[in-house]
Ligand binder design. Structure first.
Ligand code: FMN
Length: 195
């Protein structure tokens, strides 16, 4: 079974993480989750998540993902994914703040998100960053360029509208299907353009 590490950071767009967790839970994946403190704050504001960093309980995750997700503390640098010997098969930072992108680009490795991302890059495993910031400063653009040069896939949270989504969930699902493509999982979805 493949391992997918999902990191939720403090950018807007928690719904993307929710829909990715839901879709990935239906696949043959072992799921791991790390949420930054600011990620938890934004997730509470946008989707009503309640993250307890002591017990590592998260209320608000999609029902489909319940019981299928291992949750790691964002400061736990002894967690398995901080080591190149336990690298996940893929990592998605969703949503990815410019702060997180900057920490990864600088190679800080001083929290689990930036360290696990660094490990994925050095071990040549897919690293997808679903960024959400607009407009972008030249600093952001340089950081994202550095990350793309290092092998990360930068996917600005920009879902397609051509299949006329009927809900926010629909819209996020179209985009999540594209994210899963990047980690080698191809799911059927009405959002795929058929010409
Ligand atoms: C409600 C809210 C929305 C935010 N949205 C974004 C965003 O879309 N993109 C971004 O880069 N930062 C955003 N921020 C700022 C980040 O949360 C902030 O830079 C934080 O330090 C990121 O921390 P992290 O990377 O450790 O999660 C937002 C903050 C708040 C409170």
């Amino acid at each position: 079974m493949k391992e997918l590490l999902i990191a939720v950071t403090g950018a807007s767009g928690t719904i993307y993480a929710e829909r990715l967790l839901r879709a990935a839970a239906a696949q043959d994946f072992r799921l791991a989750l790390v949420i930054t403190p600011e990620g938890a704050r934004v997730a509470a504001q946008e989707r009503g998540w309640a993250v307890d960093f002591d017990s590592l309980q998260v209320n608000g995750l999609p029902r489909e993902a319940e019981g299928k997700v291992m949750h790691f503390h964002p400061e736990d640098l002894s967690a398995r994914y901080a080591s190149g010997s336990s690298v996940p098969d893929a990592m998605v930072v969703i949503p990815c703040s410019m702060g997180a992108a900057g920490r990864i680009a600088a190679g800080l490795g001083n929290d689990l998100v930036s360290r696990a991302a660094e490990v994925c890059l050095k071990e040549r495993r897919p690293l997808v960053l679903v960024t959400r910031e607009s407009p972008l400063s030249i600093i952001d653009l340089r950081n994202l360029t550095t990350l793309a040069e290092a092998g990360a896939v930068i996917m600005p949270a920009a879902p397609p509208f051509y299949e006329k989504p009927k809900s926010l969930e629909d819209l996020a699902d179209y985009f999540v299907a594209r994210i899963l493509d990047q980690v080698g999982i191809h799911i059927e979805h009405p959002g795929r353009w058929g010409g």
